[in-house]
Design a protein around this ligand. Structure first.
Ligand SMILES: Cc1cc2nc3c(=O)[nH]c(=O)nc-3n(C[C@H](O)[C@H](O)[C@H](O)COP(=O)(O)OP(=O)(O)OC[C@H]3O[C@@H](n4cnc5c(N)ncnc54)[C@H](O)[C@@H]3O)c2cc1C
Length: 417
């Protein structure tokens, strides 16, 4: 039976980025995914400076110099133009480029699903739904948030980011040059007790990508509800829609439990719970981490005992400092899932009052645990009394376990990979 050096499970951004990084280091890769050449569905975006220069040069479809936030409070509505350039990723170009690199390196594609994985000595045997069995030296699981091959620490409480999006044709929409709405919380007339916001990117003078989003929730929120709100908002904005070019149904699980330190496979992407628990972002982290783990695997596969290799790679993805910051983000997630629209507005008014490096660092997941702790303290100091009470109450009542883990000196000893 043929031995595969590395089998990557999945064909989303995590799978293809790590597969490309691996073949570029000279390692041989096979991919198993149900429909490996199907176009990626989500529209991906992120802060431009989070991506390497060559990635930006090749795969930014559009950038926006004036991403803005609209909030309202007792003083009326306010608009802030955020410092920093926001980018829309050219997902088709990126996916085609990844697939063509993989084909050039003679990667084998198996268009089916992995059902089970059995480990035997240094080898893994993957049972495929097609009936085939593959034997591999190493398996990378990038099969998304619902992976059944990654051992997780406990069950976690499910929360989601939900969004309904459309690419629309409009009469000239009036967005200024370089403007996009990063978060538009302008209240709607329906008096609903749930905070949703508009995320809007002009693609040309008469096309827009628009999305109505609940940042984090555990409530049942239907796509129909979000669609109705989006339509109401477009009408309120005076945007004249002449056609809907496509729709996006976005459900991102947030705050999934971390992978255990001992694994039989290397989890990557959403399968490794790498999605930012409080913002839903993942893309830039995957792009930055894929070459790092590929380099380590290429240098150590067959040299280092397999259990050590698995631990070392997991430690690149989830070093103890990141595990700590993740616990702090989980406090943020608990907060966000419990806020009514008024608290939510107070929260984001205070959040965007923070110094640039603090709120950007929070969103980009680039702060050390100490810096993140400091950012959260500053946020507390900037908050109104009612919000302060709610921050303390929610932390004590619903997130004390995360606070304890974030500050406990034993956390790194016990939970370290
Ligand atoms: C609509 C939407 C919009 C988003 N927008 C952004 C954004 O703008 N910016 C950002 O940073 N993040 C965004 N995210 C979050 C995140 O970046 C995406 O969820 C991203 O697609 C996750 O990548 P992934 O490769 O880890 O998993 P996925 O994209 O979910 O890919 C999983 C792959 O594994 C395959 N698979 C599953 N099970 C098996 C199996 N048993 N065997 C073989 N293959 C299997 C699937 O077919 C798929 O190919 C968005 C998510 C959604 C859903």
């Amino acid at each position: 039976m043929k031995n595969h050096q590395i089998v990557v499970i999945g064909s989303g951004p995590a799978a293809l980025s790590v597969a490309v990084s691996l073949v570029e280091t000279g390692v041989s890769v096979s991919i198993v995914a149900p429909d490996p050449f199907a176009a990626w569905v989500p529209n991906y975006g992120g802060w431009a400076d989070q991506f390497p220069d060559d990635f930006a040069k090749n795969y930014f479809q559009q950038t926006y110099a004036a991403p803005c936030v609209r909030l309202s409070g007792s003083g009326g509505a306010s608009e802030r133009v955020l410092r920093g350039r926001y980018a829309r990723i050219h997902k088709t170009k990126l996916q085609e480029s990844y697939l063509s690199t993989l084909k050039e390196h003679a990667v084998s594609f198996f268009d089916t699903k992995v059902s089970t994985i059995e480990s035997e000595g240094k080898k893994d045997h993957l049972q495929l739904e097609s009936g085939q069995v593959l034997t591999a030296d190493l398996v990378i699981d990038a099969s998304g948030a619902n992976s059944s091959f990654v051992q997780k620490q406990g069950k976690g409480k499910e929360a989601y980011q939900l969004a309904y999006g459309q690419t629309i044709q409009t009469k000239p929409h009036g967005f200024r040059c370089g403007e996009m709405r990063f978060m538009d919380f302008t209240p709607l007339q329906d008096n609903e007790n749930i905070a949703t916001f508009l995320y809007a990117m002009p693609l040309s003078h008469d096309t827009l990508f628009v999305e109505e989003t609940v940042l984090a929730t555990r409530q049942q929120v239907s796509f129909d509800f979000l669609k109705a709100r989006l339509e109401m908002r477009l009408e309120q904005e005076g945007i004249d829609v002449t056609g809907v070019l496509d729709e996006e149904f976005c459900k991102i699980p947030l705050g999934l439990p971390l992978p255990k330190g001992q694994q039989r496979v290397i989890p990557f992407g959403a399968a490794a719970s790498m999605v930012h628990p409080a913002s839903g972002y993942l893309f830039s982290r995957v792009i930055a981490t894929a070459p790092e783990i590929a380099k380590h695997i290429a240098a150590n596969l067959g040299q280092q005992p397999k259990a050590e290799l698995l631990k070392a790679v997991l430690n690149i993805i989830w070093p103890s400092s990141r595990r700590r910051t993740r616990e702090l983000y989980m406090i943020g997630l608990e907060m966000l899932t419990r806020m009514d629209p008024k608290r939510n507005r107070d929260f984001f008014n205070a959040f965007f009052e923070l110094p640039l490096e603090s709120w950007r660092g929070f969103l980009d997941d680039t702060l050390t645990p100490y810096e993140l702790g400091l950012t959260m303290s500053k946020m507390f100091a900037l908050s109104k009394t009612g919000l302060r009470f709610s921050l303390v109450h929610n932390t004590v009542s619903h997130a004390s376990e995360h606070l304890f883990k974030a500050v406990s000196p034993s956390f790194t000893r016990k939970e370290r990979c």
